[in-house]
Design a protein around this ligand. Structure first.
Ligand code: HEC
Ligand code: HEC
Length: 463
């Protein structure tokens, strides 16, 4: 598939399409997808860390379901958890979006990227959480004081504008659920125990129109993913914001460092405000795009080719988006190559792999990367010490204009290993399902201190 094709938002007739071969791909720009050859995108690779067989069907917990669920949401849940909707059978949406692993799982793959329904077939990217997705706006370019930014959209490259469109991609992606076409998915739904629910919701004739029926699967899944089971706001942090829990000393130190705009400055991207009870102020993402200089993941099959690069917004999975008319003509789409959409950090401590390419398997490593990317680039990029997962032409797109990324190497790490542990403790307070018996009526309001000045302590990591 060409990296840059023209951007088309119209939906061609699904019934006339061959299979989509893209990772969890969106159902727009289908004409471009349709040019791709049929068959697994990536053959099983014998020389990469061998993923285990896809997780057996009953082990994945489903997210906590709210007491009252609409019929449409129930239908969405039945589709989302139906393991018969893959080829071979066994892989459902829930296989890669399990609550117990932060609503994201790579389906038995330890390589940092997801394994599809065929054992050993790996995709290009790390699974993303599908929780808190109902707050993600459609993709757009926006003029902001700091310049033009890209915002919103579902997927690491924002290529699906709505959850209903997003949900159609995985069914047909060879490295995910691997169905040959939309009709075959609809046929299986028509034979499923919940077919009657489909008819009740969308009309008795719904299965006579497979194109429409396929779109309605997305509508049902989107309704389910938008319910409060996926947006529960039940973490310790939420209890703290509501005055129903206190943070431990290390969690509080971690939060203050997270918000310290002169040092860790996580808050400048992963937006949060403990003084606000509005959930939208505490999503831990602005859903904007950055190139962070994440190290290359050699376990990704495509990366065996040294000239292959995942450029996020610029492809190869998404086609080149046109800049909108309000964007100054001094900006070029090339300025966005290598940028990926920041995810929410809610439930992040449960995840098995981190960043778009799953280069990190450990949350402590992510935190250490932020602390030492500038101070110790060899630790992350090997002897050359130069970001190694972008072509040279796009290295200039890597963020370096703000803490923690605006320090010269000789200024040392941004924060110490002990302080990194505090951030880790804080991130663990973002895990949903917090319960306490110690809820008191004398609620303690969040104590939010002014970020401290930069104390230099023990350097972070291997020095
Ligand atoms: C084999 C694993 C796998 C399966 C099965 C799977 N997904 Fe995904 N999901 C992924 C990966 C990988 C990504 C990121 C892909 C990308 O950015 O190109 C993703 C991304 C998403 C996102 C975007 C989240 C965000 O923050 O933008 C949503 C929503 C989602 N999947 C829902 C679903 C639904 C609904 C299904 C079933 C129809 C499904 N997934 C099936 C692996 C999977
Ligand atoms: C300049 C904006 C920016 C800043 C500052 C920033 N992040 Fe991020 N963060 C991102 C983006 C963008 C991604 C996704 C990058 C990718 O995958 O290529 C990300 C990803 C992550 C992830 C991985 C999430 C996942 O599901 O894979 C974690 C964890 C994280 N950030 C924590 C932090 C912490 C802790 C700090 C402060 C030390 C911080 N971030 C500072 C933009 C930022």
């Amino acid at each position: 598939m060409p990296i840059f094709t023209s951007f088309q938002s119209s939906l061609p007739k699904l019934s006339s399409m061959p299979a989509l071969l893209l990772l969890c791909s969106a159902a727009f720009n289908l004409q471009a997808y349709a040019q791709a050859p049929r068959g697994p995108q990536v053959p099983p690779q014998p020389n990469i860390p061998v993923p285990t067989t896809p997780t057996p069907t009953t082990q994945n917990p489903v997210p906590q379901v709210p007491v009252a669920q609409t019929r449409l949401e129930t239908l969405g849940q039945l589709i989302f958890t139906d393991r018969n909707l893959s080829v071979p059978a066994g892989t459902a949406c829930v296989s890669c979006h399990t609550a117990g692993t932060g609503f994201a799982s790579n389906h038995g793959s330890r390589s940092g990227v997801a394994q599809g329904s065929i054992a050993g077939v790996l995709g290009l990217r790390n699974a993303m959480s599908n929780a808190y997705n109902s707050f993600i706006p459609a993709f757009s370019f926006q003029n902001r004081p700091q310049g033009v930014v890209a915002v919103g959209g579902h997927f690491w490259d924002g290529r699906a504008d709505t959850l209903a469109l997003q949900a159609l991609g995985p069914f047909l992606a060879a490295a995910e659920m691997n169905n040959p076409n939309a009709e075959s998915v609809v046929q299986k739904v028509a034979a499923a125990p919940y077919a009657a629910l489909m008819r009740a919701e969308f009309g008795n004739d719904i299965f006579n129109n497979p194109t429409l029926a396929f779109q309605k699967l997305g509508v049902a899944i989107a309704a389910y993913e938008s319910n409060s089971g996926f947006q529960s706001f039940t973490s310790k942090y939420d209890a703290f914001v509501q005055g129903k829990a206190t943070l431990a000393a290390n969690e509080l130190r971690g939060m203050n460092l997270f918000r310290d705009t002169r040092r860790a400055n996580c808050v400048s991207c992963h937006a949060m405000n403990p003084n606000s009870k509005d959930p939208r102020d505490n999503l831990f993402s602005q859903f904007t795009y950055f190139a962070l200089g994440v190290p290359r993941n050699p376990a990704i099959p495509q990366n065996a080719n040294p000239s292959f690069f995942d450029l996020g917004i610029c492809g190869p999975v998404r086609s080149k988006p046109a800049l909108t008319a309000n964007v100054p003509n001094t900006t070029s789409i090339e300025d966005f190559c290598g940028k990926f959409r920041m995810p929410s950090l809610r439930n992040v401590a449960l995840r098995e792999a981190f960043m778009h390419n799953g280069a990190f398997k450990n949350l402590s490593d992510v935190i250490a990367f932020y602390a030492t990317r500038n101070a110790d680039p060899r630790r992350w990029y090997g002897p050359a010490g130069v970001p190694n997962d972008l072509p040279t032409a796009y290295l200039k797109n890597i963020v370096n204009d703000r803490p923690p990324f605006n320090r010269p190497a000789n200024a040392g790490p941004v924060f110490t290993a002990a302080e990194g542990d505090d951030i880790l403790a804080f991130l663990r307070t973002l895990t949903d399902g917090y319960t306490t018996n110690a809820v008191t009526t004398t609620a303690v309001p969040p104590t939010v201190t002014t970020p401290p000045n930069n104390p230099r302590g023990n350097p972070f990591g291997r020095q």
